[in-house]
Design a protein around this ligand. Structure first.
Ligand SMILES: [Zn+2]
Ligand SMILES: [Zn+2]
Length: 303
């Protein structure tokens, strides 16, 4: 089953021709999740041939404009396109007020239900469990309150082998029991061991999204062993003073977090507009964490 992330914006605060500010679209178990919604996000969704109406949940990390200035435009487009389906928006305190005031002064009443859920805990918190996936928020270290998000698939039950199911007349109630690990006894009393008649469920995959943040080892226990980690890397380490002053990370610091967390893969992004070439960024990362890729707008990565 598909679990992928599409980079809609890989740049920091100032948009460039090559890089728009931050947004990502995650597709997991038939569910579309938008992570941040910078200015231009809906244009990027159209450009990369994704579907606006499929988005079910939006998670906003913090209230710096390069992470949410595209929200009101996108919410309004969904309204104009006749969206009926509920949309759930998770974000910092103050986000509801910002959206409400814009809707109020444009005399817009959305025709679809928009549910606000505030992320305001300074601890790791399970925000969403929809039966297929979980999303957990965790505090990052930035100049205003900011959260990272960990998206994890929920384990599936075991699958019954097709050849066995095809050759045996299994009563329907027994299917669930077998999937849950029980042996099967047929009407002649023959016992079939569960491990012989089922296959193991697919591996549970996870994706961690960490932007914006200074180097912050407190996140390591939360993201330990994650399959893919997106970590901001606004500057090369040569400009560490700039990064530390603005509570951003350098590439070296992002790679160090990935290594210490035992991540499977690292995606670096949120690059300052000064970086037109990415070779130096990549080199700085792979020296510490070889399995690193540089985020580019439009790139789709399988988790
Ligand atoms: Zn930012
Ligand atoms: Zn920020």
């Amino acid at each position: 089953m598909k679990f992928s992330v599409t980079i809609l914006g890989s740049g920091a605060a100032i948009p460039t021709i090559e890089r728009k500010p931050t947004a990502q679209l995650v597709s997991v178990r038939e569910c579309a999740i938008l992570l941040d919604c910078a200015e231009g996000t809906q244009i990027q969704i159209i450009t990369f041939r994704k579907r606006l109406h499929k988005i079910k949940y939006i998670f906003i990390t913090h209230l710096h404009g390069d992470h949410y200035f595209g929200l009101i435009g996108m919410l309004t487009s969904m309204h104009l396109l006749g969206r009926q389906k509920e949309l759930t928006l998770f974000g910092p305190p103050g986000l509801k007020e910002i959206i409400d005031i814009q809707l109020h002064h444009s005399k817009t009443t959305l025709i679809y239900p928009l549910i606000f859920k505030t992320v305001d805990a300074d601890v790791t918190e399970l925000l969403l469990d929809d039966g297929r996936i979980t999303v957990t928020s965790f505090p990052l270290k930035h100049s205003i309150p900011t959260w990272g998000f960990l998206i994890r698939e929920k384990p599936l039950s075991r699958g019954i082998r097709k050849d066995f199911a095809g050759n045996h007349d299994i009563p329907i109630p027994e299917f669930e029991r077998i999937k849950n690990g029980h042996d099967y006894i047929d009407d002649k009393g023959i016992v079939y061991k569960n491990e012989d008649i089922t296959i193991a469920p697919p591996r549970v995959r996870s994706y961690a999204y960490c932007t914006d943040t200074a180097y912050f080892e407190d996140i390591i226990p939360v993201i330990k062993g994650v399959d893919v980690l997106y970590h901001e890397a606004t500057f090369t380490h040569e400009l560490a003073d700039n990064a530390h002053e603005k509570l951003h990370s350098t590439v070296l610091e992002a790679a160090t977090i990935a290594k210490k967390a035992g991540a499977g893969k690292l995606i670096i992004g949120h690059f300052s507009a000064r970086y037109r070439e990415t070779e130096a960024l990549l080199k700085e990362a792979v020296d510490i964490f070889p399995n690193t890729i540089v985020a580019e707008d439009g790139m789709e990565i399988d988790i």
